[in-house]
Design a protein around this ligand. Structure first.
Ligand SMILES: [Fe+2]
Length: 472
């Protein structure tokens, strides 16, 4: 009996082992996600820099222009919006500017306004658009009058064209903590030299302070001036730009953001500054708003429906979309918040072969495979993301380093669509080489250094649509 029993036990054990093996293999097939980085940051709380930090210093001189920042000012890159704040009095809204090889100073006159938010009154906020600039030219510009003139410079982009190399920095959810300062410093020191930042939303995090203390909008703008006065940042609205606070009588969403950060939305026939497009070098960039209506018949829906067919990939091969709340992400933090917008717009992204979608919101880094989930029609049950070479890669880069800290709690197991994920702060670079190739790299903040921890060669979806998967 003992021998028989033993033999029987062995059979059961073998069958059990095979069953377990099948389960494991099956599980591996279902959950063959990419890489969850083994790098672990030491636990530390991101803390905002105190108000007397040097990065927040007010520039010297009576009524000195402060918080200087620029962004693209037209649809094709020949315009620049210059913005700044004067605190003591209205001052002048004129920008004087001249190209590097010219002695002749030109002048453009902008406008000025203030706004109130609960018990806060802003300084005088100036916006001035410089138009008809020459491509690929260094311009100097001055703001302020009398003894308090400040001078800066910027480079205009090359003329729009299909093989124009151009390098974008990618930053999101920056805030104004010590970690934010590291991220910005690493971006500035990156030898790949980003020429323009694509910012995926959540700027100052002023709304985390009592009564949305708008002084933290001012400190943030002084902190980032060292980059923003010299190269354009392209803006996306995040949830921290809403500043919707009916409990203190503030019912107008996006009030501080829209007063402080102007974008050229009218140039792309948009009716609101939260969704718009620009061309820059060989890229066509579409900015969408996760926090504006996007259902059928809404202004944003109708605009995007008319916008996508206008993109000429023979002129701008790289189609980049920016939006704040990610569609493909596998962090438990904010999980599925982007789902309703995905349902509305994803079929178009596949139809028009968007190369890459940049998002923030989740305070970690993640890159997806090329997947889509557009077959579902309520009755067919087809609701699983599938490998799709016409689909974009989704990058979540909400890891700028704000005071809310890292989002470390990821879904387990890592889903198929996730190629690489890591809970660290950092920034990325999207380096377009020509119409077929772009080199993408993500740089984590690692104890004071920037370390390239993830990278990928992007192959353009129209000109070189081969499989560029990295984990399948
Ligand atoms: Fe956010």
């Amino acid at each position: 009996m003992a021998v028989l029993g033993s033999s029987s036990s062995r059979s059961v054990a073998v069958v059990g082992a095979v069953f377990v093996l099948v389960l494991v293999l099956d599980g591996a097939d279902v959950c063959n996600g990419g890489k969850t980085s083994t790098y672990v940051r030491k636990e530390e709380k991101a803390v905002d820099m105190p108000l007397d930090s040097d990065v927040f210093r007010v520039p010297p001189g009576y009524n000195a222009p402060q918080q200087v920042h620029i962004t693209q000012g037209d649809h094709v890159g020949k315009g620049v919006i210059v913005s700044w704040v004067t605190q003591d009095e209205r001052g002048s809204s004129v920008v004087r500017y001249w190209s590097e090889n010219s002695e002749h100073k030109l002048e453009a006159k902008g406008n000025v306004h203030r706004y109130r938010f609960y018990n806060y009154t802003s300084g005088y906020i100036h916006h001035c658009t410089l138009r008809n600039l020459m491509y690929n030219t260094k311009y100097y510009y001055e703001v302020g009058i009398g003894l308090t003139v400040r001078q800066f410079w910027f480079m205009t982009p090359p003329e729009v064209g299909p093989d124009v190399p151009y390098t974008f920095g990618l930053i999101g959810d920056l805030g104004q903590s010590f970690d934010s300062n590291l991220t910005l410093t690493h971006y500035e020191n990156n030898p790949q030299k980003g020429q323009t930042v694509l910012f995926v939303g959540d700027l100052s995090y002023a709304d985390n302070y009592p009564n949305h203390d708008n002084n933290r909008w001012d400190t943030w703008a002084r902190f980032v001036e060292r980059s923003l006065a010299y190269q354009p940042w392209i803006w996306t609205a995040g949830n921290h730009e809403l500043d919707f606070a009916p409990e203190i009588g503030e019912n107008q969403p996006f009030k501080p953001f829209t007063h402080r950060y102007h974008v050229p939305y009218r140039a792309s026939n948009s009716t609101a500054p939260f969704w718009y497009s620009i061309k820059r070098a060989s890229a066509y960039i579409i900015v969408l708003s996760s926090y504006s209506a996007y259902g059928k018949y809404t202004p944003q829906y109708k605009w995007l429906e008319q916008e996508l067919p206008k993109v000429n990939r023979s002129e701008t091969p790289w189609l980049i979309v920016m939006l704040h709340s990610p569609w493909y992400n596998s962090n438990n933090y904010h999980y599925m918040e982007g789902e309703t917008m995905r349902v509305m717009f994803e079929p178009w992204f596949v139809e028009y072969k968007v190369d890459v979608v940049l998002s923030g919101h989740v305070h970690a880094y993640e890159r997806s495979e090329r997947v889509s989930n557009i077959a579902y029609n309520i009755v067919n049950g087809l609701c699983v993301p599938v490998h799709d070479l016409s689909a974009p890669v989704y990058i979540t880069i909400g890891d700028g380093g704000n005071l809310e800290g890292l989002a470390t709690n990821m879904t387990d197991p890592q889903p198929n669509y996730s190629a690489y994920r890591e809970a660290s702060f950092g920034h990325a670079i999207f380096d377009i080489k020509n119409r077929t190739h772009a080199y993408y790299s993500w740089h984590r903040n690692q104890d004071g250094y920037a370390v390239e921890a993830d990278s990928m060669w992007f192959f353009n979806r129209v000109w070189n649509p081969v499989d560029d998967s990295t984990s399948v």
